[in-house]
Each structure stands twice: as structure tokens, then as C-alpha cells.
Design a binder for this molecule. Structure first.
Ligand code: ADP
Ligand code: NI
Length: 205
């Protein structure tokens, strides 16, 4: 990538970092940094335009609905930021289409993703899996008052329930072969964690 593109990425990263400074619950800048790095790693194996992938990864949660009164504003904010930085229209529209269509929530109604969108989506989903995925689920529960485990109350929403309702489905939804392989490894780790956790809770080890 040329110096100008690197400069652009650096500027976008700085804006995202300052905008997300006060967000926790698994959605802080640390999440963005991991998705950004994972997206770069996946791009090396799967291809796709690196600039679009990096911008998509950096901006994908910039206006997450959870932090904006239930209204998803990532596309709108991305457009503002990229326009302000003088990004060309083709790149801007491509990045905005990615940001607007990668969420799990939108999967039924999303537009078909470009290769770049598929890479960013895989990177985002991978961050919900593995050791990081376990920690983020616990952080989410702590922030929203949900227990991680409630063996005596089947009606209670829990973190462990979230593993089964959403996270263990992600592997089959991965777009790229490299993403699927990583998802498989991360899911195996989570299943092993849950087995040990349940054995310990039941006093079996
Ligand atoms: P992203 O937008 O980055 O894909 P989400 O906003 O869906 O992620 O969720 C952020 C983190 O919180 C993820 O790790 C996710 O698995 C976790 N999470 C989301 N919903 C729940 C829930 N109902 N219970 C526990 N964890 C959750
Ligand atoms: Ni995300």
C-alpha cells in the first residue's frame, strides 16, 4: 500500500479510537484492533482489496445500534468520516456497503457481500469465538445484567445459552476457507472450555 493510503488508515484508526474510547462490553477499540489484524491476516490468504478491507474493519462498529438508542448508524458515520478525509466515492461506497451489511442481525436481509465484505465479516465473527469470544460473552453479561450460567433456571438467558444460540452457528456461516478453519479451531476450544466449566460446576473434577 502507498504512503497516502497508510496515512489514511492511520487517520481513520485515530478517529475510531477516540470515538470508541468510552465503549466497553466487548465493543471497545480493542475489538476493532483485533478485527483489523485478523482481516489483514485473512486478506493474505483470501485476497481482496487491502485498503477497502482495512477501512471496513476499522469502521464496522462505529455506530453500533447498542450504543445509539437501538439505531444502527455505522454507515452514516463511516460516510461522514471518509468524506471528511477526502476518500474517493467508489472506495467510500464500497466500505459503506460492507459496514451496512455484515452484521449477524441483518443476515437475512443483507445485500450480497463483496470478497472484501466477506473477509471483514469473517474477521468480526472470529472475534466472537475462541478465548476472546468467551471473555466478550462474559463482559456482555456483566454489562447487561445477564448471568453466564444458570443451571437451575431454564428460562434465564445466559452466556452459555448464547454460545449455543449464536456462537456455535458461526462456523458454518464463515465465507472464506481460512476463516472457516480458524472458526473451527476457536469453536473446539470453546466447547472444551464449556465441558470443563460444567464438570467443575457439577463438582466432577
Ligand atoms: P459484533 O457487532 O462485534 O459482531 P455483537 O454486538 O453482536 O458483536 O456482540 C458483542 C459481543 O457480545 C460478542 O462477543 C457477542 O458474542 C457478545 N454477545 C452479544 N449478544 C450477547 C448475549 N445476548 N449474551 C451474551 N453475549 C452476547
Ligand atoms: Ni464487531
Amino acid at each position: 500500500m502507498c504512503t497516502k493510503q497508510n496515512e489514511l488508515i492511520g487517520n481513520v484508526a485515530a478517529i475510531v479510537r477516540s470515538r470508541l474510547a468510552n465503549q466497553g462490553a466487548g465493543h471497545g477499540y480493542d475489538h476493532i484492533q483485533r478485527v483489523w489484524q485478523t482481516a489483514r491476516n485473512l486478506q493474505q490468504k483470501s485476497g481482496g482489496d487491502l485498503l477497502v478491507i482495512e477501512l471496513g474493519a476499522l469502521l464496522h462498529d462505529i455506530g453500533d445500534a447498542k450504543f445509539h438508542g437501538g439505531e444502527e448508524r455505522s454507515k452514516e458515520y463511516s460516510m461522514e468520516i471518509l468524506q471528511q478525509l477526502g476518500v474517493d466515492e467508489v472506495t467510500m461506497n464500497h466500505v459503506c456497503a460492507i459496514v451496512d451489511n455484515i452484521s449477524f442481525r441483518k443476515r437475512e436481509s443483507a445485500e450480497t457481500l463483496s470478497l472484501e465484505g466477506q473477509v471483514v465479516q469473517d474477521a468480526d465473527r472470529l472475534d466472537a469465538l475462541g478465548a476472546i469470544g468467551i471473555v466478550r460473552t462474559i463482559e456482555f453479561g456483566a454489562a447487561f445484567g445477564q448471568p453466564f450460567y444458570a443451571p437451575n433456571d431454564a428460562s434465564q438467558k445466559t452466556g452459555v445459552g448464547h454460545f449455543h444460540e449464536k456462537l456455535f452457528k458461526l462456523r458454518d456461516l464463515m465465507n472464506t476457507a481460512a476463516g472457516r478453519q480458524l472458526a473451527k479451531e476457536r469453536e473446539t476450544f470453546m466447547r472444551s472450555f464449556i465441558s470443563q466449566f460444567e464438570r467443575e460446576c457439577a463438582g466432577q473434577c
